[in-house]
Design a protein around this ligand. Structure first.
Ligand code: F7E
Length: 329
């Protein structure tokens, strides 16, 4: 039986990947760090099937122990401080968790199980102030946030371990990918949750930042399959994963509000605090290498994705309202 170790397993991508690997018959090990209020919401359906290991990405000894116990064939490094806006007020912590932690994880693998295949969650944020449209594996990086800078480090240290130690290490340059499991602070989920609350009468207004930003939004469930495909190749390499379609935050608002018969202009106001110190204006990926070499392609389009997220948030908020009524009575 193949064994996989996932960091960030309770996050959006980690949970979809764990489900995908369990279905393929893998034994899945999940690294969890100690917190006073653990959150297993995303892995609720598979919590008992995951072998939990305690560790912290900033603590090499704990990672060495985790790799020793799991003895994995594949390691997926998805854990990080992943919210771009939080990386300005916490640049050092972001550097530790998003950049240096990659070295820690690579070191743990190199020391304990150098034959294990390694996946690094790299990001389209590395392209930042884009040098060309669309962005491919050959596009130079120009990060625009402490988060983007940290991800560039993570990418290059992964490439370096591949070239220095001949490790099977891959970097997946994933463009934005969303789902009902996306954290509420990210723009798609913030909007779909806001739409549900406004539709159900719990809220009237929604604060937003830059509505003109353009992103290439795909479905997280499609994207985790690309991670796995990268590690099944004989030769390790780096791949852009994207839909190739670009939409603005304004279009996201129109799509989500109109789906429930509302108009975003009646509810959205701009809060200048939400406008970032340096913005990534436009991202759109060219994933032709992944499509040709991995046979990967996205299945869920933009509209369907946003509609699914609105539906899921309507269901969740309605259920929360019902349980509150039950509690009051
Ligand atoms: O912002 C604009 C914001 O926070 C998207 C992470 O997974 O994808 C994600 O990074 C855009 C930006 O994602 C609001 O200024 C407007 O232009 O959903 P986001 P992100 O920063 O693109 C990449 C690939 C990653 O690697 C990251 O880990 O939307 N925007 N108004 C807003 N964004 C937020 N969050 N909230 C707003 O109110």
């Amino acid at each position: 039986m193949l064994k996989a170790l996932i960091t960030g397993v309770t996050g959006q991508d980690g949970s979809y990947l764990a489900e995908f690997l369990l279905e393929k018959g893998y034994q899945v090990f999940g690294l969890r760090r100690r917190t006073s209020t653990p959150n297993y919401e995303n892995v609720a359906g598979i919590k008992e099937k995951i072998h939990w290991l305690s560790g912290d990405l900033t603590d090499l000894a704990s990672l060495i122990e985790a790799v020793r116990v799991a003895d994995p064939d594949e390691v997926y490094n998805l854990g990080a401080q992943s919210y771009v806006a939080a990386s300005w007020p916490q640049p050092y912590a972001t550097g530790m968790m998003t950049a240096m932690a990659v070295t820690n994880m690579l070191e743990a693998v190199r020391i304990v199980k150098p034959t294990a295949r390694f996946y690094q969650a790299s990001s389209s944020e590395m392209f930042g102030k884009v040098a060309e449209i669309p962005q491919s594996e050959k596009t130079p990086f120009y990060p625009r946030s402490p988060y983007g800078v940290a991800k560039v480090y993570g990418h290059w240290i992964t490439v370096n371990y591949r070239e220095s130690f001949n490790m099977h290490a891959c970097s997946g340059i994933l463009f934005n990918h969303e789902s009902p499991r996306r954290g509420l602070e990210f723009v798609t989920r913030k909007v779909t949750d806001g739409v549900a609350r406004i539709k159900l009468g719990l809220q009237k207004q929604l604060s937003m930042g830059n509505l003109e930003a353009l992103r290439d939004w795909g479905y997280a469930g499609d994207y985790v399959q690309a991670m796995w495909l990268m590690l099944q190749q004989e030769t390790p390499d780096d791949y852009v994963i994207a839909t190739g379609e670009m939409h603005s935050v304004r279009e996201l608002l129109t799509t989500a509000f109109s789906y429930v018969g509302l108009s975003y202009e009646d509810h959205v106001y701009i809060d200048s605090e939400l406008v970032r110190p340096a913005e990534v204006e436009l991202l759109v990926g060219d994933s032709s290498k992944a499509r040709e070499k991995l046979g990967w392609q996205p299945k869920v389009g933009f509209e369907e994705l946003i509609h699914r997220m609105v539906d899921a948030d309507l269901r969740r908020v309605e259920a929360e309202m019902r349980s509150q009524i039950v509690m009051v009575n």
